[in-house]
Write a protein that binds this ligand. Structure first.
Ligand SMILES: *[C@@H]1O[C@H](CO)[C@@H](O)[C@H](O)[C@H]1NC(C)=O
Ligand SMILES: *[C@@H]1O[C@H](CO)[C@@H](O)[C@H](O)[C@H]1NC(C)=O
Ligand SMILES: *[C@@H]1O[C@H](CO)[C@@H](O)[C@H](O)[C@H]1NC(C)=O
Ligand SMILES: *[C@@H]1O[C@H](CO)[C@@H](O)[C@H](O)[C@H]1NC(C)=O
Ligand SMILES: *[C@@H]1O[C@H](CO)[C@@H](O)[C@H](O)[C@H]1NC(C)=O
Ligand SMILES: *[C@@H]1O[C@H](CO)[C@@H](O)[C@H](O)[C@H]1NC(C)=O
Ligand SMILES: *[C@@H]1O[C@H](CO)[C@@H](O)[C@H](O)[C@H]1NC(C)=O
Length: 397
């Protein structure tokens, strides 16, 4: 209770000292101060995966820190319909600062997909069409060319493939995981899946050319996400174990290994508004609600949209929608900065994430350390050292 009051007071002060505009449409959604020191617990065993006796356990804490953490870890790229993907690209850079090209390097394309030309570099389409489990849900399988059927081998998504409400597929890289083990680079994963690495790098950019037309089927209670398309990133361990488990220990999601929603419709009331949200513990206790920008990008239901997200070296995460989005093999720092600075002040919405004061244990010990992020009393410390997410509609760059 005391804690609640404290939070409300701090929130009130924030509102007084900053201009908070009504929720409206923008072309660019910025987050600053992204990345913190924290930990999560990876899954370390999955027993009886295909039965209702399925149980999972988690291992000792895995610590992360630095810019963009924990989204600095490898991520898989997820799509939900109604959606058609025309192009996708993933870039890395050795250094990139939003608004400062002089101290930035260019972006190198590491993965690419073009549906029209059926060009694919370093991408694998998977979907949840494998063995069903009452606890883990359906396992990942290779996706057929329709994006949602199961295939025994990797296939490319056909041009103009429109997936419907609730349908999902995932893009991973084409690099296979080693054997499932908490000691190996992909950690423990579900038996029988095509296990691949997500996209690696703390400084990264994802761009998309896509359509999100209005769902043509009628709404009914059989839908979970009727006419709620989305494109989002998950720590790649999540889908390899279970994306929607009934037991939270069957995925590292609940302990905060990381999700970032790039373009996501949140509900039927705002079906044409695309929100961006961090589901990390950087200043919140309720991971499910996450840290959502108080502005959105409009969903164009009749034209293709181009846009994406940049995670820079300086704690900036910028989601943008622009027809000038490039999919070239190499993109100069200046081009990306020009693209991002082309928006006027009232087309940009900025959110500063909380500063979290925690230190990972020095030494290699990954267990036994008292964590500020521990559920229960630990949260008091967590908030005591936390500035509430401060939201300011300002032009930072
Ligand atoms: C970008 O990715 C490529 C391919 O994985 C890798 O060789 C290169 O070292 C990466 N560059 C940076 C700066 O991470
Ligand atoms: C992965 O993609 C790269 C880039 O397109 C390609 O050179 C390589 O042969 C592919 N590897 C596999 C295992 O498909
Ligand atoms: C494909 O992407 C993965 C993950 O980012 C990377 O490790 C690998 O080097 C890339 N392959 C090529 C050929 O660039
Ligand atoms: C998850 O794991 C924790 C720690 O190992 C344990 O205390 C908890 O009971 C488990 N939860 C479930 C639902 O199995
Ligand atoms: C729909 O989602 C937006 C963004 O999260 C939220 O502000 C709004 O309250 C939601 N509306 C309903 C009816 O749940
Ligand atoms: C679809 O129906 C659900 C209730 O089953 C409702 O919550 C949702 O807002 C509806 N979506 C639209 C776009 O009307
Ligand atoms: C982007 O291009 C589409 C056509 O693909 C067009 O309909 C739309 O108006 C353009 N958006 C902007 C902001 O220029």
């Amino acid at each position: 209770m005391l804690l609640q009051n404290l939070l409300i007071t701090v929130a009130g002060l924030c509102e007084l000292s900053t201009v908070v505009n009504a929720v409206q449409s923008y072309q660019k959604i910025e987050f600053s101060n992204v990345g913190f020191t924290g930990s999560y617990t990876p899954v370390d065993s999955i027993k009886n995966p295909d039965t209702d006796k399925c149980s999972c356990s988690v291992g000792s804490k895995e610590w992360f820190s630095g810019d963009n953490a924990p989204i600095s870890e490898a991520v898989s790229v997820h799509f939900r319909g109604p959606l058609t993907l025309n192009q996708f690209a993933f870039y890395n850079s050795s250094s990139f600062t939003v608004g400062d090209s002089s101290s930035s390097s260019s972006w190198n394309r590491v993965a690419y997909f073009n549906a029209q030309s059926q060009t694919a570099e370093n991408v694998t389409f998977l979907t949840k069409a494998g063995t069903d489990s009452p606890v883990l849900g359906k396992a990942l399988s290779f996706a057929g060319s329709d994006g949602v059927s199961s295939s025994t081998t990797a296939s490319l998504l056909s041009a103009d493939t429109l997936i419907k409400s609730d349908d999902e597929y995932v893009i991973f890289s084409n690099v296979s995981c080693p054997k499932s083990s908490s000691k190996n680079s992909c950690g423990v994963y579900r038996d029988g899946i095509p296990a691949l690495h997500g996209f690696v790098g703390d400084i990264k950019m994802f761009v998309f050319d896509f359509d999100m037309p209005t769902e043509t089927q009628s709404n009914s209670s059989s839908f979970d996400y009727f006419d709620m398309p989305a494109i989002w990133l998950l720590n790649d361990q999540i889908p390899r174990t279970s994306q929607y488990p009934t037991n939270a220990n069957c995925s590292c999601w609940a302990s905060g290994c990381g999700e970032f929603d790039i373009f996501e419709v949140m509900n039927g009331t705002e079906r044409n508004n695309l929100y961006s949200t961090f589901h990390t513990f950087q200043g919140i206790e309720d991971l499910g609600t996450g840290i959502q920008a108080g502005g959105y990008i409009s969903r164009d239901t009749s034209n293709s949209m181009k846009g994406g997200v940049v995670f820079d070296s300086n704690g900036n995460t910028v989601v943008f929608m622009s027809n000038d989005t490039s999919f070239d093999q190499s993109i100069s720092a200046d081009s990306v900065n020009s693209l991002l600075s082309a928006f006027s002040q009232d087309e940009a919405y900025s959110t500063k994430l909380a500063t979290i004061s925690a230190t990972a244990p020095s030494s290699t010990s990954k267990s036994g350390a008292h964590s500020l992020f521990e559920k229960g009393a630990g949260n008091l410390w967590f908030y005591a050292f936390t500035f509430l997410t401060s939201v300011a509609h300002t032009m930072l760059f």
